[in-house]
Write a protein that binds this ligand. Structure first.
Ligand SMILES: [Mg+2]
Length: 340
């Protein structure tokens, strides 16, 4: 069966997450200088060096929590017609962490997700648990929400994003960041041009940052706008590194998501270049890569991703995403009919 354009771009988004994640796996948490010393120029998938603190020894092409939790969200949505069940979601995150632990992988729940789940276990209500979550975990696993939800009405998309952030990342910064990424992916899947994708993403950041706990550390929409302005008319590693120095590349939603948007613009939404630059900028490289490359894959579709690279990542991780894409697009179609 030939794939529709919608299927090609939705698969491009999820494949982009996996490729950006896997490319950044060996370099995550390292400084740019350490990356250069240990790996030289990142030109493709690499084995993690043994001394890598999070992924030491993992083979080239291995995905991490970013892709695994995106797939977790996808299955959750498909089983519930697109609706998040906060109690079940908490149990699924815990089960994922137990499974990860059993596999001997160090890459456990991120700081905000961990804190929220622990609060929940102490008896804090689900509505309160995510009030401190300002890191990038909600944005790193938002692509399935974006595939399952049309970009318009934008308020409805932000509602769906907010539901997926509620348990672990219920803050202005995190919801605004995840809304921007979701809007970029959803508009990209619909075939919007890059300029339009960036505009919709910024509008969504403004809507999203009004939700959740008020921002304590800065406005996500302002940071994304700043990062995009820095990237305008530029390209290549030197520009990426300059922007990284100004914007930051940490797990904070206020750094990593604007950085991902800068890379999206710098590369003209080219998934492969996004993945290579993300892996080189330092610190939270795998998540920046998952987000940037996911957005680029949504804009350009699976055919823009080098076929050998995608075959390699699928085989290393045993990924099978066709049914997931179709399940998420079925939800999207139902929502589209309801909204029109
Ligand atoms: Mg990761």
């Amino acid at each position: 069966m030939t794939k529709s354009l919608l299927q090609q771009r939705a698969l491009g988004a999820l494949a982009g997450v996996a490729i950006g994640d896997a490319m950044g796996m060996p370099t995550q948490t390292l400084s740019r200088e350490e990356i250069a010393r240990l790996y030289g120029l990142v030109e493709g998938f690499r084995d993690a060096v043994p001394q890598q603190p999070v992924s030491g020894g993992l083979p080239a092409g291995t995905i991490t929590d970013d892709t695994e939790q995106s797939i977790l969200v996808a299955h959750h949505l498909i089983a519930r017609n697109g609706v998040m069940d906060q109690g079940v979601w908490a149990q699924e995150l815990l089960a994922w962490e137990r499974d990860t632990h059993a596999r001997g992988v160090n890459d456990l729940l991120g700081p905000s997700t961990k804190r929220a789940i622990e609060a929940l276990q102490r008896g804090v209500p689900a509505s309160e648990a995510g009030r401190l979550g300002t890191t990038n975990g909600a944005a790193m696993r938002i692509v399935p929400v974006a595939i399952a939800t049309p970009a318009y009405p934008l308020e409805d998309l932000v509602d769906a994003v907010e539901a997926s952030c509620r348990l672990t990342h219920y803050t202005s910064e995190a919801i605004g960041a995840a809304s921007a990424v979701a809007a970029a992916v959803s508009a990209g899947i619909e075939g919007a041009r890059l300029d339009r994708v960036l505009e919709v993403a910024q509008n969504a950041a403004v809507l999203g940052e009004r939700r959740g706990e008020p921002a304590k550390s800065g406005s996500i929409s302002a940071r994304i706008a700043e990062a995009l302005a820095l990237a305008a008319g530029r390209s290549g590693p030197a520009a990426a590194f300059d922007i990284a120095d100004r914007i930051g590349t940490s797990v904070s939603a206020l750094q990593s998501i604007p950085m991902a948007f800068a890379l999206l613009r710098l590369t003209g939404a080219d998934p492969w270049t996004c993945a290579l630059l993300s892996a080189s900028v330092g610190d939270d490289t795998d998540t920046i890569g998952a987000i940037a490359c996911g957005m680029a894959g949504a804009c350009k579709g699976i055919d823009a991703i080098p076929a050998d690279a995608w075959t390699f990542v699928q085989s290393v991780n045993g990924l099978e995403l066709g049914a997931i894409v179709d399940g998420l697009l079925r939800i999207r179609t139902k929502r589209q009919v309801r909204a029109s």
